[in-house]
Design a protein around this ligand. Structure first.
Ligand SMILES: Cc1ncc(COP(=O)(O)O)c(C=O)c1O
Length: 400
């Protein structure tokens, strides 16, 4: 019996043991605490009858033991009936959309989705005959459903929105979608399924870029799709099989190892982020801090209702929109790296404006939008670094 069978354990305990499976080579009484990494394209089957059995793990591309262990662990984390892993978060998003959409369908998509998701909808989905309609990242369930037509097959959410951090009323939107027979999907990379469990909230397909918090090491790409309904699970596996989007066993091992410490890391990211966000709110150069844990945030109530905590990623709007001053802020940082990812152990900063200042996005703040990822460093040092950056920003604002 898998150790994960005990439903009374709390999440941290379950994640330490999730995906645990016996290793036959160690004998019945012993097992490695970690799964064996089988680097194999070829699988030797026991007999002729097995060659064409419906077992998907008869060829290495769809995953062997360690992939299965990771998928079982993700399933546990997500409270799903099934989970599949893909070679990146972007691959998981596109696979999930392809699993539920066909030519002639329409899909409703939050305007706040990760930019490559929007590109996939506007490019590949359009070429294959699927129409995308966008809604505002703070649209209500009624506003979203007002865009639906008889051809609407799916609604794709991302909460909070990439870079601008608006939160959506997910339970209300997926209940309204379900009532109309519309399938709901979410990119839940921010919630990482420790802070928020989409399937419990009524979502049909829960997607994560495991590249971010699940991995936590900034050294691997991976994505997952977890499902409640086995019909959706089978559709996602079919996409995996038919597109050939394989995941390496070594990468699965790396992510599974990191998953054990996810709750612990997340608690530290969240506590440090709150400390830094509260400090930033008091700084004269800061117009707004886009962090839902701050009581003044427009998303505070939804976040408090739906999320169990905070991670390390939030936004800051500075008081000037000058590109020169924004660059001075970023170039003035030394502990924060300048980089587009997040969820790893390290603190990062990027300027968001080039990605969000387009008509479809509805972002109109006059100051520069920064996205900060608060890593596992001591927040005292991060605050000192931010102060140096803000001093450089203030000096650049004064220059003619
Ligand atoms: C919200 C979100 N979803 C998905 C992805 C894609 O993940 P990956 O880089 O693994 O494709 C990212 C990457 O930044 C992201 O921020």
């Amino acid at each position: 019996m898998s150790k994960t069978a005990n439903p009374d354990w709390r999440e941290a305990t379950r994640l330490v043991h999730a995906g645990d499976s016996p290793d036959a080579r160690l004998g019945a009484a012993a097992r490695g605490v970690n799964p064996a990494v089988q680097r194999a394209s070829t699988v030797l089957l026991p007999d002729a009858a097995s060659l064409y059995s419906s077992d998907m793990r008869s060829y290495g591309r769809t995953g062997l033991g360690v992939q299965a262990s990771l998928e079982a662990a993700i399933c546990e984390l997500e409270h799903g009936s099934g989970a599949a892993v893909f070679s990146s978060g972007a691959a998981a998003i596109t696979a999930a959309l392809m699993a539920v959409l066909s030519a002639g369908d329409e899909v409703l998509v939050s305007a706040g989705v990760y930019a490559p998701t929007r590109r996939f909808c506007n490019g590949i989905l359009k070429r294959f005959g699927v129409v995308t309609r966008y809604f505002s990242p703070r649209a209500t369930a009624d506003e979203v459903m007002a865009l639906a037509s008889p051809n609407t097959r799916a609604v794709m959410l991302e909460s909070p929105a990439s870079l601008t951090f608006e939160f959506q009323d997910i339970p209300a939107i997926c209940a309204a979608a379900r009532a109309r027979g519309i399938v709901s999907l979410i990119d839940n990379t921010w919630g990482a399924s420790v802070l928020f469990k989409p399937l419990d909230a009524g979502i049909d397909l829960s997607i994560q870029a495991l590249t971010k918090y699940a991995s936590g090491g900034s050294d691997v790409f991976m994505g997952s799709v977890a499902t409640r309904d086995p019909v959706h699970g089978a559709a996602v596996r079919e996409i995996m099989q038919d597109t050939g989007w394989a995941v390496s066993p070594d990468d699965c091992y790396t992510v599974l190892r990191s998953l054990r410490t996810l709750p612990l890391r997340m608690a530290r990211h969240g506590a440090s982020a709150l400390q830094v966000a509260q400090w930033l709110e008091q700084q004269p150069e800061v117009a707004q801090v886009l962090c839902p844990a701050l009581p003044g945030s427009p998303d505070h109530e939804i976040w408090k209702r739906d999320y169990s905590g905070l991670n390390g990623l939030f936004g800051v709007v500075l008081k000037s929109g000058s590109v020169k001053a924004a660059s001075a802020f970023l170039d003035g940082l030394s502990l924060f790296g300048l980089g587009f990812s997040w969820g790893g152990f390290e603190s990062l900063a990027v300027l968001g404006d080039p990605q969000v200042r387009n008509p479809g996005r509805g972002w109109s703040a006059s100051g520069a939008l920064m996205r900060l990822h608060i890593g596992l460093e001591d927040p005292h040092d991060l605050i000192a670094d931010l102060r140096t950056g803000l001093d450089a920003f203030a000096a650049a604002c004064e220059e003619p």
